[in-house]
Design a protein. Structure first.
Lengths: 208, 208
DNA sequence: ACCTGAACACCGTTCAAGT
DNA sequence: ACCTGAACACCGTTCAAGT
């Protein structure tokens, strides 16, 4: 179903996100996106140098509805809300989530979220240099949590095997009732681990 | 250059790894692998259900030369060596590294490394349940560090922009001399953050 | 019954030909 | 000068035809 004419990068990215939400990651091909917009596939190349650049724009767009929660809250609440929000936003768009995990959004939304994390970490008492290093670590963890929850545009059952595999080792842990690898609970555990480490570094930075 | 006849999953995985090392991730196609082995592309399907399963085997193979360092060492030294070793092994095979990052190796090597991490964490004093949760977090972090260092089978320059982007924010940190996102130094920082958190949890588990 | 390779239904991107 | 779409060089996988 062809549409009107005026193409912009934003319109293209929105169409691609729609297709990804509907039909998965592999459906976001140049041909399918052009079909959705009713234009020639080659027309997309006048707005993006290649498919990778187009998907970068889609990934950034998917981060648009992550809110930086009330700036008056504690730094750890803010950080927790931000990182959780990034993961949740990506999971709301499973088609583009693998791309978010593989390549950090660096456009408008990526910069906004990066800035929010930096202020929360500075608020925590980290030195500017450590705040940057920590931001990168949190981005890495959020990305990985995404890759684990999503595979090829659908929530990935296979990761559950990691938990099963680890549970079946000699040291014999309980096994049942443990969070699966890509689950919300497992994500929360790792994030708490990182926040504990951050608190420690913050104390050291403040003491220095 | 066709070779001899007998195909096994191991021989196929070795050929694919060789191609990936030489020509990158996209070169590991069913057709190219078959060409390397001098067989029909369809012959591969008698040993693997699909391409994804074949790449899973290649990813596991790439972990084969990670050593569990001297078991007498401190738990944090062992963990550090294991996680660093996983990342280094994957970076030695950049063609398969993105796949290692996206899907954890669960075959022979994956189970061996999982078991090694579990014993180190138990040694640290963690409860079995927390040891599993922490293993998963460490796997997640290692995977992410890989995704950041490698893109499409080559070390990714684009991630350096994350560091640049964060450095250019209002709060104005020094900017120069900071580790780039996919770098060894940045990886070490995040790993130390996690080890600090683990030490904290270990103390709590021991006290309970 | 097993194996092969032609064929199907796609890709991203180049580039020559049209306007 | 700009835009188009045919064509190139690939994919993973199915399946009918051969042995």
């Amino acid at each position: 179903m062809p549409k009107a004419k005026p193409l912009t990068p934003a319109i293209i990215a929105e169409a691609a996100l729609r297709i990804g939400d509907r039909d998965g990651a592999k459906a976001m091909s140049m041909r399918r996106i052009a079909g959705e917009l009713g234009c020639d596939p080659m027309a997309l190349y006048r707005h993006f140098p290649d498919r990778q650049a187009l998907l970068d724009a889609v990934a950034d767009l998917a981060m648009a509805d992550v809110r930086d929660p009330d700036p008056g809250a504690n730094w750890d609440h803010r950080l927790h809300a931000l990182v959780t929000g990034i993961r949740a936003a990506a999971l709301r768009h499973p088609g583009i989530a693998p791309h978010v995990a593989a390549r950090p959004p660096l456009a408008e939304q990526g910069q906004r979220l990066g800035a929010a994390m930096m202020t929360a970490l500075t608020q925590a008492g980290l030195s500017p240099a450590d705040a940057i290093r920590t931001s990168q670590t949190l981005v890495a963890y959020a990305a990985s949590a995404l890759a684990m929850a999503v595979q090829g545009g659908t929530r990935d059952e296979r990761w559950h095997q990691v938990s099963d595999t680890l549970s079946s080792l000699p040291d014999a842990p309980p096994g049942d009732g443990l969070p699966a690898t890509g689950s919300d609970e497992q994500f929360e555990f790792g994030l708490r681990l990182l926040l504990l480490g951050i608190r420690h570094v913050a104390a050291a930075d403040a003491g220095a």
